[in-house]
Write a protein that binds this ligand. Sequence first.
Ligand code: ACO
Length: 323
Amino acid sequence: MTVRSRIIGCGSYLPSTILTNEELASRVDTSDEWITARTGIKQRHIAAEGETTSDLAVNAARMAMDHAGITAADIDLIIVATATPDNTFPATATKVQARLGVTGFAFDIQAVCSGFIYALTTADMYIRNGQAKTALVIGAETFSRILDWEDRRTCVLFGDGAGAVIVQATTGTGSTDDQGILASRLHSDGSKYELLYVDGGPSSTQTVGHVQMEGKEVFRHAVTNLASVIHEVLADTGMDIHDIDWLVPHQANRRILDGTARKFGISPDKVVITVDRHANTSAASIPLALSEAVHDGRIKRGQIIILEAMGGGFTWGASLIRW
Ligand code: ACO
């Protein structure tokens, strides 16, 4: 008998304000044509004044709990992946815990755009170790608060949002026929720090700072690292890319998504895409995309899906799941 972590519910939340490329072009020197051609992004959601990461997270969590048919009393672990916490401390996850009325323990994970894969993998460890039975795993970001809105190279790329999943212990046979997380791999390479970082923080500048990025270099590393980590989770399970029903990637840029799919010969209709409507919501992008594809009926029980992400650090990772 093997303990597996199965995703039993998904939820999402997007702030109501939409900022289109055309509106952005009236504020900075850019155009819908440039943004669409380079990134595939058409619009992004922006949190309202006073609306925080924990607000977004709680909304997504409530939807995931309803979908799973559980209450706060069932949850014993909350992990929030975020690079834009409400406060330097305490963890945003503890705020979410208080708002939902959950006991147990809660903490944040900081792996930027790979945060959701890191958080899901961590929850899987706690579940398989027997330290948690039902975990709420959230990716939530208000990236609009760490953008320099006069820097056209970065401000066009990101948006705000939150996605959440409920992960529960289940028993399996240990084979790849089991439902749940079948393999996960995480990586980081701190030597690439300067290619994507925020130029502020409590210990360095005592300010929040803004996103800084060498776009071309990030692009090059993203396609290579994502391809290699997908190979790893396939090898771990003895599966082939043809066994995959859905790829649910971190939504950074349409060209990265297309490049990764092309590298593997995955048909574009097996890739869940939200970047056109959400832009890059960092740790929130995978659970937002996952929730959309589960709720609209594309992802079905028994199917094989791969989640993958790469972000600042660099960090990258993937999870292979039988839904
Ligand atoms: N509007 C109009 N022109 C722009 C804009 C803009 N928003 N931004 C940059 N430009 C200009 C530049 O100034 C430059 O002009 P110049 O030639 O006169 O100097 C020209 O466009 C080309 O700039 P590049 O930076 O070379 O553009 P590139 O083709 O590399 O595209 C982009 C930039 C879209 C950021 C690309 O490098 C990319 O997609 N990188 C991946 C980064 C990414 O997705 N990061 C997200 C976070 S990391 C992650 O989640 C994986």
